[in-house]
Design a protein. Sequence first.
Length: 83
Amino acid sequence: MFCSYYQAHVQPQKAWFVVAILKSFEHMLFDRTLDVGNSIFEFYVSPSAEPYFLEVMAYMQQQGYVLDLKKLPNRLADTAAQL
């Protein structure tokens, strides 16, 4: 089973805050910057924690810290299928 995969644009000035908040939740997700220049982050979310992740991200979107959150096919699952 693979994690759910999300991408979002994070306001560069608030990226440190968004990452700190997400890291405060143990075993919920793994995040990293996919495109530094455009401040695009990717999130690998545990399926059991997905409702909590979406709740936190909805708050971050309301505050204007996170824009354009979208769920996409897990790009690591695509790679694993090719092996």
